[in-house]
Design a protein around this ligand. Structure first.
Ligand code: PGA
Length: 268
């Protein structure tokens, strides 16, 4: 057999992605100062993608502080599914695109719990983001009661079942899934690496069953919920975990930069 006859089945490279979810923090001037500080602490690396998601009102100053061809990308924390119209207080995907956003968080548990977002609404948002060229970072996760009842995996896949309904393979390829157990968000009680890996594997199996193994192998699945510089090493060392959605620890430039560096230097 000649070398050129050999069939190489390449494992897809899932570049780690670290997302900083600022939530309702940082004014435009604070955002600019934070980004200047962060850029001094970090060295770009093709081995890790980094996304910052400031509040809507700080996107423009964040974009300016990052500069026109920054290696750090911008995302928003929410969007409306319609393009424009009489939707007081809402922001559309095209508005976000014009502020240089490439990503958008969809279905965060705070949106689900505090603002009544339902799975069907989240599905419309995922679709609207994709149609407008934004990569949705879709958040799913079980409550403490669901975990204690042994229903963590089924709760997560029930969300995904609705949130990803009807997506074609090419569309799903642009989706990032963030597994965020509700009991771990902002509590200081992160999931163990084993707990996260088990759910990540079931998410990948769900994608394989609903679409195919190529899509399942390529989709990035992040972990979120009390990620810190202390636990990032263990979480990111696992092959099943493709990055982190960081809340509290992303507000401090030192701790966020440390988490990014851990991702940049993880397995060769
Ligand atoms: P946390 O938040 O890191 O503060 O737990 C994560 C998130 O809500 O995305």
């Amino acid at each position: 057999m000649h070398a050129r006859d050999t069939i190489h089945i390449e494992k897809p490279v899932r570049i780690p992605l670290i997302v900083g979810n600022w939530k309702m923090n940082k004014t435009p001037s604070e955002a600019a100062a934070f980004i200047r500080d962060l850029l001094e602490r970090l060295t770009p690396s093709p081995k890790t993608d980094v996304v910052l998601t400031p509040p809507f009102t700080s996107l423009e100053s964040a974009s300016k502080a990052l500069g026109p061809s920054s290696w750090i990308n911008l995302g928003a924390q929410n969007l409306h599914w319609e393009q424009q119209g009489a939707f007081t207080g809402e922001v559309s995907a095209s508005m976000l695109r014009e502020l240089n956003c490439r990503y958008v968080i969809v279905g965060h548990s705070e949106r689900r719990m505090l603002f009544g977002e339902r799975d069907e609404t989240i599905q419309k948002k995922v679709r609207a983001a994709l149609v407008q060229g934004l990569a949705p970072i879709l958040c799913v996760g079980e409550s403490l009661a669901e975990r204690e009842a042994g229903k963590a995996t089924s709760a997560v896949t029930a969300q995904l079942d609705v949130n990803l309904a009807g997506l074609a393979q090419q569309e799903l390829a642009s989706v990032i899934i963030a597994y965020e157990p509700v009991w771990a968000i902002g509590t200081g009680r992160a999931a163990t690496t084993e707990q996260a890996v088990a759910v990540h594997q079931s998410i990948r199996s769900f994608v394989e069953a609903g679409w195919n193994s190529t899509t399942a192998a390529a989709i990035r699945i992040l972990y979120g919920g009390s990620v810190t510089p202390q636990n990032a090493e263990s979480l990111l060392a696992s092959e099943a975990i493709d990055g982190a959605l960081v809340g509290g620890a992303c507000l401090n430039p030192d701790s966020f930069a440390t988490i990014v560096r851990i991702a940049q230097t993880r397995r060769a």
